[in-house]
Write a protein that binds this ligand. Structure first.
Ligand SMILES: Nc1ncnc2c1ncn2[C@@H]1O[C@H](COP(=O)(O)OP(=O)(O)OP(=O)(O)O)[C@@H](O)[C@H]1O
Ligand SMILES: [Mg+2]
Length: 353
């Protein structure tokens, strides 16, 4: 029976990539536990629905081959705890950036949900809480960190001992592809070149001593995310979503992808959770309610916080100012409070782990 189950499990299809579990390295082993129960051990590569789809496939195939569903158990190993599997540790890049304590990637399933806004404001809040913070814009096709910090166009980057020096603004060390390119220059880099660029931003930069390096990723689950996973021991990804269900579906896919490449999910941030009217100050839930909490629950993750949609926050970013940096505008206060809550949650999650 073990051989049959091994064949079924290795050949089962990953609903996200349409490759087999063996190809995606999600199959671990089939073995008998102390109670003589056959265990099919698999790596978790997605959310609850993803796991259910894989389980159904394996159970259906097993039944077709005369194996009772009760005769075996599927055991899921979460990559974050994967060191305890029967097969020993699962490979993660051991390389870290000298002097940098925590590397946190800001990601989302779809575009325009507020990753760059979260990256900038979270980085600034951590800095205002006394941390040394770097901000890396890894969105090569649509870099926006420069604009949000009022650094437009190509910049003179100092190079010392073969290492580029990041720019400094608002107390943050910052690097973006936009500092190297003319605004009108089309970006045609693909796969391997992109990986090389990400590598240089991580290792050929003089980041100095940092408590946090926040990485603003492009939307989705593409080459940059994979390069990052292969190149550096990331402490985790924060998934940004808006509350409506279409966005949640994409965010769920992003969670699955990160788990698959062994980057732990630190939590979910629900952006634009409510709209605060700039005239009357009243909140309204224009994108429905509670989506971030549902995503966190369905992916066995946590909701780090909710950020309201505030017009002055967008206007500040357009002017190249960080909305939460030494804010004196009363209308932005709910955003400042939200990021303080999120930053403290993140600190306690990473620094007391
Ligand atoms: N909470 C908010 N309140 C007001 N405006 C916001 C808020 N969050 C984001 N925005 C605005 O929404 C727009 C999109 O946000 P942002 O650029 O951060 O998204 P993104 O996910 O990084 O997009 P992309 O996928 O293109 O990189 C920006 O103009 C930003 O200022
Ligand atoms: Mg962005």
């Amino acid at each position: 029976m073990k051989e049959k189950l091994e064949k079924i499990a290795t050949q089962a299809e990953n609903p996200l990539t349409h490759k087999t579990l063996a190809e995606d390295k999600l199959f671990i082993s089939v073995y008998e536990d102390a109670n003589k129960k056959v265990i099919v051990e698999l790596k978790n590569g997605g959310d609850v629905k993803w796991k259910a789809a894989v389980e159904t496939q394996i159970q259906t195939k097993a039944r077709e081959q005369g194996i009772q569903v009760e005769a075996f158990k599927i055991q899921w190993i979460n990559p974050a705890h994967a060191q305890t599997t029967t097969q020993g540790p699962i490979a993660r890049p051991q390389r870290s950036i000298p002097g940098v304590k925590y590397v946190v990637a800001i990601a989302s399933g779809k575009g325009g949900v507020g990753k760059s806004t979260v990256s900038v404001n979270l980085a600034s809040t951590l800095q205002q809480l006394g941390k040394k913070v770097g901000l890396m814009d890894a969105d090569i096709y649509g870099p926006s960190i420069g604009k949000m910090l009022g650094i437009s166009g190509r910049q003179q980057i100092e190079v010392k001992h073969d290492h580029m020096t990041p720019l400094e603004k608002y107390g943050l060390k910052v690097m973006s592809f936009s500092f190297l390119l003319d605004e009108t220059q089309p970006v045609v880099w693909r796969g391997p070149m992109l990986g090389k660029a990400v590598q240089q931003f991580l290792y050929d930069m003089e980041w100095g001593e940092l408590d946090y390096l926040i990485i603003d990723l492009p939307p989705g689950t593409g080459d940059t995310q994979l390069s990052l996973a292969q190149l550096v021991q990331t402490d985790g990804a924060v998934i940004v979503t808006t509350p409506q269900s279409v966005a949640l579906l994409d965010a769920g896919r992003a969670v699955g992808m990160f788990e698959q490449v062994n980057i732990p999910i630190l939590g979910v941030i629900e952006n634009m959770s409510e709209f605060i009217c700039s005239h009357c100050g009243k909140p309204s839930h224009i994108f429905s309610k509670g989506g971030g909490a549902r995503l966190a629950a369905s992916t066995e993750s946590v909701l780090l916080g909710q950020v309201p949609l505030v017009e002055d926050c967008m206007a500040a970013a357009e002017r190249g100012e960080i909305p939460v940096y030494k804010n004196k505008n009363k209308k932005i206060e709910p955003v400042v409070d939200a990021f303080e809550h999120i930053a403290r949650n993140l600190i306690s999650k990473l620094e007391t782990a």
